[in-house]
Design a protein around this ligand. Structure first.
Ligand code: DON
Length: 576
């Protein structure tokens, strides 16, 4: 790996009395958050947030299923073992590369219910009612997950639907052994679950109110029944019949607006993926209603002219170019990005060379640009009008990259009574009021205002990279607004800094999203020299966030697969 700095004297920035102070901590730190090693196998690999889910996927691969089959099985397993983000009541995106190299993408993002309207989260004075778009029944969009999996299976799968659902049913019925993270997560939200679902919240709060313990067996009978209906009837097992009745009843009991009509009308959509070159690589990613693909490609193309491999990983100059690219791209996201079925999104223009060159015109390397002076760019002929990722590669090098979410941890916290699953709080990803930040601090405008049946803008960035025409990297992560920048850095770590897949995941990360005008970093991301460079140029730096929980796979030149799951979580790669 080129120019990856190791420093025993780790500089830190701590927030003093309104001032950022630089001092040096004497700790043995290096460029990585951990020295976790990658998982190497020849035939197939699943990298996901939970070991059980990865194992389910690999078993399907071993039985001769392809990457789509394994993805469907892993998806439903995650809904059982990782209720924090895995889901039936959420949505997501899949980016796929067939064994013959054909790229495609599937949009199973939630939609605004038909009864939704632009100002539904505002009071009579036009102010945002705190918490209404993030917690409880009104926060949910119409779930897309189940139709997404049905369509992925119909279009790309080879094994029987029944066999792909069975492992998840078994996990729900026989129980899953709670990891430390799962137990902690459910305990942390106990009071909120009760507040929203009542004292007798099923499954996720124990009847006697005590803590879940690591190692305890966790059984979810209602969820098993919901999964069986989906196993038997496909999409109708969720969008019609008993599950739909339970979901609508739950909504009605808590002032939610999702109706039978919403469920019946829901359709996942195959979309033209974003495909663009970067040097001798080709990047395939998600188009609107995710901003992920457009933003990632804008970032990559803005970075391409600079010799960041020579400047080094997380050096002052490298970081500056990346931060300034991020500032401009997130300003564009705020102005231009939304559901392209409802608003015109200038996808090609935003990624075009002349446009991106123009975006750099305001860059002065001697000082930090100010977000207050940067806006979304002008595109000719246009008027401004808790997530989890997994990656799968099979023996024929078919690849699937899926990011799926309930939005916040356990979504809206609403459990569908009798259905045994959480509903999303994805409505908060809309711009509920122009200029007012959402839970990720993201600001939106007209392009992302609420309209009935419209999909809320996302940052999810499931991505596949080809090198010299062959499958090279499958990548993605949760993290709200930081998803795009985590994928961007992870790709540059491989493409420019020569890191292995696991090193790229382990590497310390930073993030800028235009507003607030700050660079967020993990601890010890920059060495003294880089910090001094950035501080003297006027960058405000805030340390302490953990960035990304990546699940990635790399194909090495000899065909070996490297599964790289993030040491920041319980993420685990399993191969065979
Ligand atoms: O679609 C989005 O961009 C968000 N709903 C993703 C949320 C997320 O990543 C939460 N996980 N940490």
């Amino acid at each position: 790996m080129a120019a990856c700095k190791t420093s025993k004297q780790t500089p830190q920035i701590k927030k003093g009395d309104g001032l950022f102070q630089l001092f040096v901590e004497d700790e043995n730190q290096d460029a990585f958050v951990s020295d976790k090693a990658g998982v190497f196998n020849e035939h197939g690999m699943v990298a996901s947030a939970h070991e059980e889910a990865s194992k389910v996927g690999v078993e399907i691969l071993k039985k001769g299923g392809n990457a789509a089959d394994a993805s469907v099985a892993t998806f439903f397993a995650l809904a059982v073992v990782h209720p924090f983000a895995g889901n039936l009541g959420g949505g997501g995106f899949a980016v796929i590369r067939d064994a013959d190299g054909t790229p495609s993408s599937l949009d199973f993002r939630e939609k605004a219910p038909l009864k939704a309207h632009r100002d539904m989260y505002l009071d009579e004075n036009g102010d945002v009612i705190k918490g209404l778009s993030t917690r409880g029944h009104l926060a949910s969009g119409v779930p897309g997950a189940v139709d997404g999996m049905v369509q992925l299976h119909q279009e790309k799968g080879t094994m029987s639907w029944k066999s792909l659902l069975q492992p998840a049913i078994d996990l729900a019925e026989k129980g899953v052994v709670l990891t430390e993270g799962q137990a902690r997560g459910m305990n942390r939200y106990r009071d909120t679950f009760r507040e929203i679902n009542g004292e007798d919240t099923p499954y996720y709060v124990k009847a006697d109110g005590s803590d879940f313990e690591t190692g305890e067996v966790f059984i979810q009978k209602d969820l098993a029944e919901s999964l069986k209906r989906i196993q038997k009837e496909g999409a109708d097992g969720f969008y019609k019949g008993k599950t739909a009745d339970l979901l609508v009843k739950e909504m009605e009991s808590g002032g939610g607006i999702i109706s039978h009509e919403d469920l019946e009308k829901y359709d996942a959509v195959w979309r033209e993926p974003i495909v663009k070159d970067y040097k001798n690589y080709n990047i395939i990613s998600m188009p609107p209603p995710s901003s992920g693909g457009v933003a990632l490609l804008q970032l990559m193309k803005l970075t391409e002219p600079y010799p960041i491999d020579e400047w080094g990983f997380n050096s002052g100059k490298t970081a500056q170019v990346m931060i300034e690219a991020e500032r401009r791209v997130y300003a564009d996201r705020s102005k231009w990005l939304g559901d392209a079925d409802f608003v015109k999104v200038p996808v090609k223009e935003l990624m075009s060379q002349p446009y991106l060159q123009e975006r750099w015109a305001s860059f002065d390397p001697s000082k930090a640009s100010l977000s207050s002076e940067i806006d979304g760019g002008d595109v000719p002929y246009y008027e401004s009008d808790q997530t989890t990722h997994f990656s799968v590669v099979d023996k024929n090098k078919m690849a699937v990259s899926i990011t799926t979410t309930l939005n916040g941890a356990f979504g809206s916290k609403v459990v569908v009574d009798g259905g045994g699953f959480f509903m999303n709080n994805e409505m908060d990803d809309f711009s509920v009021k122009p200029g007012v930040p959402n839970m990720f601090g993201l600001i939106g405008n007209k392009a992302n205002e609420i309209q009935p049946g419209k999909r809320m803008l996302s940052s999810m960035t499931p991505t596949i990279v080809e090198k010299d025409g062959e499958l090279f990297v499958v990548a993605g992560t949760p993290g709200g607004s930081t998803i795009i920048t985590s994928v961007y850095q992870t790709l540059l770590n491989v493409l420019e800094h020569g890191m292995s897949m696991q090193q790229a995941v382990n590497a310390r990360k930073f993030h800028h999203q235009w507003l607030p005008d700050k660079t967020y970093t993990e601890e010890s991301t920059f060495d003294t020299e880089a910090l001094q460079y950035l501080l003297s140029a006027g960058y405000e730096i805030e340390i302490g966030r953990r960035l990304g929980r990546m699940d990635c796979i790399m194909v090495h030149p000899n065909g070996t697969l490297e599964g790289a799951s993030d040491p920041r979580g319980e993420n685990t790669s399993v191969g065979y």
